[in-house]
Design a protein around this ligand. Structure first.
Ligand SMILES: [Zn+2]
Length: 357
């Protein structure tokens, strides 16, 4: 049975410092911004007002999800568009006590005409937005390039090369999202090899719609963390490997349920992975599309998986410790988190018996 949070618990979760390791820029666009950009570019969207776009955004099924994703990308064309949505994302994040985000973006392949913005345009916008975000909202953002499954190995290799050539100033990593079925990581082994040797940090989506073999393959190409990875639970040997090597999973419970990986929270393996010693973190993936936020996901951990507030604070610190930051910056950020968590505990101490764990 799900637990009902007390107001004090909810307050603690809302104000707890947070870091997000797995969130997509395109999937985080505010509905009102999409409406405005769509009008600006004269795009013929199947909605005419904010209520319409909110309704259209809401997750229905996987084909609709892809349709929405493609339609969003159509409205993101200029450096300013990307700078705007990056800064808005930071504003939404700051409201939830989020201090640090690693944001995934899916660019067009350099040199190839496509429906989506070119990598250079996107990166310039992300960097502008991140600078603004830091100044105006005190939020630090870094970025992970996702070449998206389904492209040719040559195209993914070209993006890996682009990524290595542009590393720094916020660009830290190379990943792999998109449709997992039929597109195993080893198909793109050369690209990951090039990215890794060039200094990009690697985190691939795996073990979401495909089983453990996908996670094994992601590890084989050097993935340092795993996006989702929840279906690792189906292979005890893999679970033991993830625990022994302390490979962090970027888990998004609500996304998994919306996309039908599990029928409900009761069937979700978050707690089972945690108890097996796998370092799990919680993430929002595409928050407005799944009608969630990172704060909501932490609430889900308490309500549906019966984690204590101390557990939640530990998950938050774990996300910081798994961040693709230089050691000194990561240590400093973890220290800041610990200080804020301690201060929050002290502030809420009169209700410590009810909020503690
Ligand atoms: Zn994702």
């Amino acid at each position: 049975m799900p637990r009902v949070l007390t107001p004090a618990e909810r307050l603690f979760i809302t104000r707890m410092p947070k870091a997000e390791l797995h969130v997509h820029i395109e999937g985080s666009v505010r509905p009102e911004t999409l409406l405005e950009l769509g009008r600006h570019y004269g795009i013929d969207y199947p909605f005419a007002d904010l209520a319409g776009v909110r309704d259209w955004f809401r997750f229905r099924d996987f084909p609709h999800f892809i349709e929405v994703y493609i339609a969003i990308k159509q409205a993101l064309r200029s450096v300013d568009d990307y700078a705007r949505i990056t800064c808005e994302m930071a504003e939404d994040a700051a409201r939830q006590g989020l201090h640090y985000l690693e944001v995934i973006f899916g660019p067009a392949v350099p040199g190839l005409a496509g429906a989506t913005a070119q990598a250079d345009v996107i990166l310039a916008g992300l960097r502008d937005g991140a600078r603004d975000a830091r100044q105006r909202h005190g939020v630090q953002m870094q970025f992970i390039c996702d070449p998206v499954r389904g492209r040719s190995p040559e195209a993914v290799l070209a993006l890996a090369r682009w990524c290595v050539d542009n590393l720094g100033d916020g660009l830290v990593g190379f990943g792999l999202g998109g449709v997992e079925v039929g597109h195993p990581p080893d198909l793109y082994a050369d690209a990951f090899d090039l990215a890794r040797r060039g200094g990009a940090r690697l985190t691939l989506h795996a073990g979401e719609t495909v089983g453990p073999e996908s996670v094994w393959a992601a590890l084989a190409v050097g993935s340092e963390r795993i996006g989702h990875g929840v279906r690792s639970i189906e292979d005890p040997r893999l679970v033991a490997e993830l625990a022994a090597r302390q490979i962090v999973l970027e888990v998004s419970p609500t996304s998994n349920i919306c996309l039908g990986v599990y029928p409900d929270y009761a069937a979700h393996p978050f707690r089972a992975l945690h108890e097996a010693g796998v370092p799990v973190t919680v993430n929002s993936d595409d928050p407005p599309m799944f009608n969630t936020t990172l704060t909501d996901e932490y609430c889900v951990l308490a309500e549906q998986f019966d984690f204590t507030l101390d557990d939640l604070a530990a998950f938050s610190l774990r996300a910081v410790n798994a961040a693709f930051l230089p050691d000194d910056e990561r240590t400093a950020l973890a220290g800041r988190f610990q200080g804020e968590i301690d201060a929050l505990r002290a502030e809420l101490s009169p209700t410590r018996e009810t909020v503690g764990g």
